[in-house]
Design a protein around this ligand. Structure first.
Ligand SMILES: *[C@@H]1O[C@H](CO)[C@@H](O)[C@H](O)[C@H]1NC(C)=O
Ligand SMILES: *[C@@H]1O[C@H](CO)[C@@H](O)[C@H](O)[C@H]1NC(C)=O
Ligand SMILES: *[C@@H]1O[C@H](CO)[C@@H](O)[C@H](O)[C@H]1NC(C)=O
Length: 358
């Protein structure tokens, strides 16, 4: 139709040619970058969630626990609460070692559940079971569980995830959790700092559910994205009421309580596995996203593996965070175990973005 009209009006022919080229190019642009456009317009279609009430967090290693509790408006207990650290394990072996070493002095029972299915119903090896010998130091305090995947094709990955979290609730009861014990709910890579858990186990009157604000890192501690990770939470366990979850469960958040290291893997193959096993599989929009060379380049740039825009709620924050995350050369507030075993975990420290093959 439009082509016909173009031919009829000879003098408009140039405009027609421009349109004939411009429209397909525009459509192709939408195909490539449609996700970016919707993300950029997010402030228009979505308003931010209710802000957390952020509790100031006081800590210095040379201040007594009584004083620290008092500064938070709490009282020192006569003995600390028991602490249960429960995680759903996927494939983060190194990060698990950091986590358990950081928390070891304060944890009563380590509870770990793994499945032979990813959330996206891919068969996965039982990596923890295969590496259990590396974690002898927690063995007397470990409750390990394995749950078989349901392998339902085409199902929303959040259903498998919810199923595995219910299994974790059962495992916690097997581990012997009781009323008012502390329970941390977080992914393996959301690591509360040891002193945070120590504070919460020693002080009375802490909120029944409190989120932990963690420093967000990407690929390693070289890329400090922001300080806004909030999903990790600590609960005073209530039998029959407390359910293991990874969404927002209270309005209270304790400032500066640890580290969240996303996609902090040793091998490029682990990045590829995680990208495929991720709950948001729609993010791997093109097969070349899984190309090892591309992944390595992106790690060294601090750019985004899925070529997406930052998920923020205001234009100011989206624009402020566009482009790669700047390098950070501070290795000051990091888990002690990481610095004590730096030779083994070099790739997690600033200046070592190249991954080993394997
Ligand atoms: C810790 O406190 C003690 C007693 O107040 C003081 O003697 C010591 O120098 C302090 N140490 C540090 C590292 O600040
Ligand atoms: C997953 O594990 C369950 C429980 O051990 C087992 O019955 C099932 O056969 C496994 N599935 C696959 C595909 O290996
Ligand atoms: C995170 O918080 C610390 C301490 O409050 C601050 O020094 C740092 O600049 C923040 N980093 C980012 C990336 O927001």
């Amino acid at each position: 139709m439009s082509r016909l009209r173009c031919m009829l009006r000879g003098n408009d022919i140039r405009i027609c040619i421009v349109l004939l080229i411009a429209i397909p190019v525009f459509m192709f642009g939408i195909y490539l970058h449609g996700q970016k456009i919707t993300y950029f317009l997010r402030p228009v279609w979505e308003s931010p969630p209710k802000p957390f009430q952020e509790i100031p967090h006081y800590y210095n290693e040379n201040v007594t626990m009584e004083r620290l509790c008092h500064l938070h408006g709490w009282k020192l207990r006569e003995s600390p609460r028991r602490v249960f650290d429960a995680v759903l394990f996927n494939n983060e072996i190194d990060i698990l070692a950091l986590r358990w070493n950081e928390l070891s002095p304060y944890v009563t029972q380590f509870v770990l559940l793994e499945s032979n299915s990813t959330f996206t119903s891919l068969l996965k090896p039982l990596l923890f079971a295969g590496n259990r010998h590396q974690f002898k130091f927690v063995e007397p305090r470990l409750t390990y569980g394995m749950v078989g995947g349901r392998f339902k094709k085409g199902e929303n990955p959040f259903v498998e995830e919810a199923y595995q979290r219910v299994a974790l609730d059962q495992l916690l009861r097997i581990a012997g959790i009781e009323e008012d014990d502390l329970l941390t709910m977080s992914d393996v890579d959301e690591i509360p700092s040891g002193h945070t858990i120590n504070l919460l186990r020693w002080c009375d009157d802490i909120p029944p559910v409190i989120h932990l604000q963690l420093r967000n890192y990407l690929y390693s501690f070289e890329y400090h994205v922001d300080n806004k990770s909030w999903r990790a939470s600590v609960h005073r366990y209530k039998p029959g009421k407390t359910r293991y979850a990874h969404y927002r469960q209270s309005d209270i958040i304790l400032s500066d309580s640890g580290w969240h290291c996303s996609f902090c893997f040793r091998y490029v193959s682990e990045f590829i596995f995680k990208m495929k096993a991720y709950s948001h599989t729609d993010r791997v929009r093109f097969p070349h996203y899984l190309n090892p060379k591309r992944i390595q380049d992106i790690i060294c740039k601090g750019a985004d593996l899925f070529d997406m825009l930052p998920e923020e709620y205001t234009f100011k924050e989206i624009i402020g965070k566009m482009g790669p995350t700047p390098h950070s050369y501070s290795a000051v507030h990091l888990p002690a175990y990481l610095l004590n075993t730096a030779e083994k975990y070099k790739y997690l420290l600033p200046g070592n973005c190249r991954r080993e093959s394997g």
